[in-house]
Design a protein around this ligand. Structure first.
Ligand SMILES: Cc1cc2nc3c(=O)[nH]c(=O)nc-3n(C[C@H](O)[C@H](O)[C@H](O)COP(=O)(O)OP(=O)(O)OC[C@H]3O[C@@H](n4cnc5c(N)ncnc54)[C@H](O)[C@@H]3O)c2cc1C
Length: 469
């Protein structure tokens, strides 16, 4: 095929791969795997542009790929014969600007390496998630990732100031202005945040940085039920204000699975409640005493009867151990066996009511189903994951009905069936069913305007068909 020869000539043997593609073509959760035409690994924006121009002329679909950690099969093709466009060789991190508090990086820079690079300047890039050793800046932007610090610093859309994007026909939009204020029309940079590789290929980004905290205070608390969890979270947010950098929760089910399966994990609390809260404060101001502030706020919450038991991290090792417990929630459940993952959001005030109300409804569909809700209390984001009943290896034929119920009820509660992972390929049908025709049509109109041939990541987000099918 002429396209293969053209791409081989353009990119050379390191930049155009046609063998051993299993890891590139298969998504993280192994839901999809289709043999691509090849994997293009350009070294710079000019090469990305040339790849897009050639694919566009040949009418061959292209799937942009970062670290391939998408949890909804967004970064792999939905049919054979596509080009996978990997940004992994474009991983340069530019100079940090300590006065603007910005850094400009290439899209293939891995999140953990951005953390390291800016730490040398006593600055942070405050995006944190379990996949930070693999996820890349381009993928994080394209999914508008959230993570555990969104409560204080926002999602990717709040952390990206400027963007460079290669459009489906190969043209380059240079919007790489490192500005907070730039109201010269539609907010194009925001449009690409969460576009999941369907509108353009992000090649570079100007990122917002913040002063590195010089002190932190963390506590692990347990409460009687999810209503108490929500009330406690609200009270602590009011008392601790802008110093709160994370407010993470998990359940007794999740704790039990993590303690059972993950080595080196332990819970420092003597009392076992229904729900657990990890609270963290941080500040870059050396004169503030966060431990005292946290202890005062916790004292009031104890007196109000909101907390059953709790402990404050006395040192960095204890703080890290608390975070490990929270971060191993998915791993404990994975090691238990079959699972169904859901990434939903509900208004924070409804989170306790939603979790409590859903248990009997889900049990009516599959008696004994084990519910492992955990996530980000501050923004109502629940990873509402399920395991089969004790002693059973699978969900039988109940899986679809369980997901349907969880998504439908989240939407009915004024929430979202897709909080921070995006739609990818696996959630498009739910979007068509649960969101209004007007909302879906507007998205398809945007897609049609930017990518009239439907060549960028067909099947993802808008669900438009593969043009080759
Ligand atoms: C263990 C684990 C924990 C996770 N925790 C979180 C979490 O807390 N919060 C959260 O939000 N997500 C989380 N995720 C999901 C995932 O890590 C994020 O969605 C992440 O942003 C994906 O980055 P990536 O580089 O791997 O992108 P990929 O998976 O490679 O791609 C994701 C999407 O972006 C598109 N894309 C990739 N690069 C580009 C580019 N340069 N230009 C245009 N489009 C592009 C792809 O086509 C695809 O649609 C987690 C995943 C795992 C496996």
């Amino acid at each position: 095929m002429a396209l293969t020869e053209d791409l081989a000539a353009l990119l050379g043997p390191k930049g155009w791969l046609t063998e051993g593609l299993e890891a590139w073509q298969t998504d993280w959760l192994k839901m999809q795997s289709h043999l691509p035409l090849g994997v293009a690994r350009p070294e710079n924006t000019e090469q990305v542009s040339a790849v897009m121009r050639l694919a566009h002329a040949a009418g061959v679909p292209v799937t942009p790929q970062g670290g391939n950690t998408s949890l909804c099969a967004g970064a792999v093709p939905g049919a054979p014969g596509h080009v996978i466009l990997s940004l992994s060789r474009m991983n340069r991190i530019g100079a940090v600007d300590p006065l603007d508090f910005t850094v400009t990086v290439e899209a293939g820079a891995v999140l953990a390496s951005v953390h390291q690079a800016v730490a040398e300047h006593d600055l942070i890039f405050p995006m944190h998630l379990g996949a930070e050793g693999s996820a890349q800046i381009g993928g994080l932007i394209a999914t508008n990732a959230g993570g555990s610090h969104a409560l204080r610093y926002g999602m990717m859309q709040d952390l990206v100031l400027g963007l460079e994007v290669v459009l489906p026909d190969g043209r380059v939009w240079n919007g790489l202005r490192p500005l907070v204020k730039d109201n010269a029309g539609y907010q194009l940079r925001r449009l690409f945040c969460g576009s999941e590789g369907t509108l353009g290929v992000v090649t570079r980004a100007a990122l917002r940085l913040f002063p590195a905290p010089v002190s932190r205070a963390s506590a692990l608390l347990t409460v009687a039920d999810f209503d108490a969890l929500v009330r406690l979270g609200g009270q602590l947010r009011r008392d601790l204000g802008e110093f709160m950098s994370a407010l993470e929760f998990f359940s007794s089910t999740g704790l039990e699975l993590a303690l059972r399966h993950v080595s080196g994990v332990s819970c420092p609390l003597q009392t076992r409640g229904s729900a657990y809260l990890l609270v963290e404060l941080s500040t870059a101001a050396p004169s503030l005493h966060l431990d005292a502030m946290l202890e005062a706020a916790l004292g009031e919450a104890f007196e109000a009867g909101l907390i059953l038991d709790g402990t404050v991290a006395a040192n960095e090792a204890q703080r890290v151990a608390m975070w490990r417990l929270r971060e191993e929630m998915p791993e404990g459940q994975r090691l238990e066996g079959a699972q169904v993952k859901h990434d939903i959001a509900v208004p924070v005030a409804s989170l306790g009511e939603y979790i409590t109300r859903m248990a009997p409804q889900l049990n009516a569909v599959l008696p004994g189903v084990r519910i492992n809700p955990f996530g980000h209390l501050g923004d109502g984001n629940i990873h509402y994951n399920l395991s089969p009943p004790d002693g059973r290896r699978d969900f039988g034929d109940a899986k679809a009905a369980l997901s349907q119920l969880i998504y439908q009820e989240a939407e009915a509660a004024g929430g979202s069936f897709a909080a921070e992972h995006g739609l990818g390929r696996s959630k498009v049908s739910f979007a068509d069913q649960l969101r209004s025709p007007e909302e879906r049509e507007l998205m398809r109109t945007l897609k049609q305007a930017v990518d009239p041939q439907g060549l960028l990541n067909p099947g993802v987000l808008t669900g438009s068909a593969d043009p080759q099918e």
